[in-house]
Ligand binder design. Structure first.
Ligand SMILES: *Cc1c(COP(=O)(O)O)cnc(C)c1O
Length: 382
């Protein structure tokens, strides 16, 4: 009754979305702040003024949304938390300013960056060549390898939990392979500098692509967007889910040279012409215009992250330096599962991965100041 392919599937398990109790949710790296009021208004106005649009297919290629995303990236340089906000005007730090202008033909939009990643796997990776990835990184990548029957070569992290790009590069050169990793990485939270990634790109095999997933870049680290000027085999993936408070709407995108984007469109149009619905396009455009609000929120998250990191380190927790909206931490003699259960019993959900090598750690999403105070009270008792 079932296809052979089905046996290759090992579905991704997302953070719990419980309905039985009102937990403080610090388990899925969602943004603790709501979308901007103008985003909510854009939805209400669209429904009031253009109700017929719900009965029509949306723009299949999300042209206006892609222009709005390009404008946002040109304004922020891809790192919201370093954007200076005065009187609602935004200015990125000098090192984040882009040396060129991103245009909408360099943007592809999908139903969450998970779907964008799925299209990228189909567009660029073959079942005859292993894909090179870090051992601990976003756990959807191995899932898609199973889905598309792509062999994997997973490279252990270095001591100190950093991605081992030297080994990844030498493997890639042996097998003429593509590379994928998240920067900042998840669930570790560590990031690689742009100059480090430039060196990786200078050394990857010809005619292969390198995918850098920047889901968390708005909370720190350095964006690789400026490198698009130098490398036409770089694909950057980003999401509205984390820094733009949009996880419930589902919107993600890829940024790359126009010829690569065109190929991704071919895949999209062979699967689903309309991955981004009318409401997501409408609210997505409105979100892109509120960078100062989201930059302020990202800054608050970063402040709370640094505060939680110091709090934990003062209490003998090991905390990996994070450039994201979460921390990855453990404490000697405590089991990850027990930390998770104890905190859950007290009304807060965090994430524990039952994966060999990181099973002692828990991943805690940064919430509001009040939520972090609650969490600290509970962690004090551990
Ligand atoms: C959250 C996350 C995504 C998925 O984001 P969606 O746009 O919500 O699908 C992709 N990559 C990484 C590394 C993430 O942490």
């Amino acid at each position: 009754m079932f296809s052979q392919r089905l046996n290759n599937l090992h579905p991704y398990i997302p953070g719990e979305q419980p309905t039985d109790r009102d937990y403080i949710k610090l388990n899925a790296n969602e943004n603790p702040y709501p979308p901007h009021q103008n985003v909510l208004n854009s939805l209400q106005e669209a429904l009031k003024n253009f109700p017929q649009k719900l009965g029509l297919y949306p723009d299949p290629d999300a042209e206006s949304l892609r222009s709005a995303i390009a404008d946002m990236l040109n304004q922020t340089g891809g790192v919201l938390c370093r954007t200076q906000v005065d009187n609602n005007r935004c200015e990125p730090e000098r090192k984040d300013k882009l040396p060129f202008t991103i245009t909408k033909d360099m943007i592809f939009c999908g139903n969450g960056s998970d779907e964008v990643l799925s299209f990228l796997f189909y567009t660029f990776f073959d079942s005859s060549v292993p894909l090179i990835l870090p051992e601990f990184t976003y756990s959807f990548y191995p899932v898609y390898c199973g889905y598309y029957n792509i062999p994997m070569c997973s490279v252990p992290l270095k001591k100190g939990w950093q991605i081992d790009t030297d080994t990844m590069l030498s493997k890639a050169r042996q097998t003429n392979s593509c590379i994928i990793f998240a920067n900042p990485n998840a669930p570790t939270g560590l990031s690689l500098s742009r100059s480090h990634i430039r060196e990786v790109l200078q050394n990857i095999p010809k005619n292969t692509v390198c995918i850098v997933d920047e889901a968390y870049c708005d909370f720190g680290g350095e964006s690789c967007l400026p490198l698009l000027q130098e490398f036409n085999n770089l694909v950057i993936v980003r999401t509205f889910s984390k820094s733009l408070s949009f996880a419930g709407m589902r919107l993600g995108y890829a940024v790359a040279s126009p010829s690569l984007i065109e190929a991704i469109f071919t895949v999209k149009n062979s699967f689903n012409h309309f991955p981004v619905d009318f409401l997501a396009q409408t609210a997505g455009i409105a979100s892109c215009k509120e960078v100062s609000y989201y930059a302020n929120n990202a800054n608050k998250v970063v402040q709370e992250r640094e505060s939680l990191t110091s709090f934990l380190r003062e209490r003998k927790w090991f905390v990996i330096d994070s450039c994201t909206n979460f921390v990855f931490t453990k404490k000697e003699e405590l089991k990850g599962e027990d930390i998770y259960q104890h905190i859950k019993k007290n009304g807060i959900l965090i994430r524990h991965f039952n994966t060999k090598g990181i099973e002692d750690f828990v991943r805690i999403t940064i919430g509001t100041h009040e939520q972090m105070n609650e969490l600290k009270k509970i962690m004090e008792t551990l």
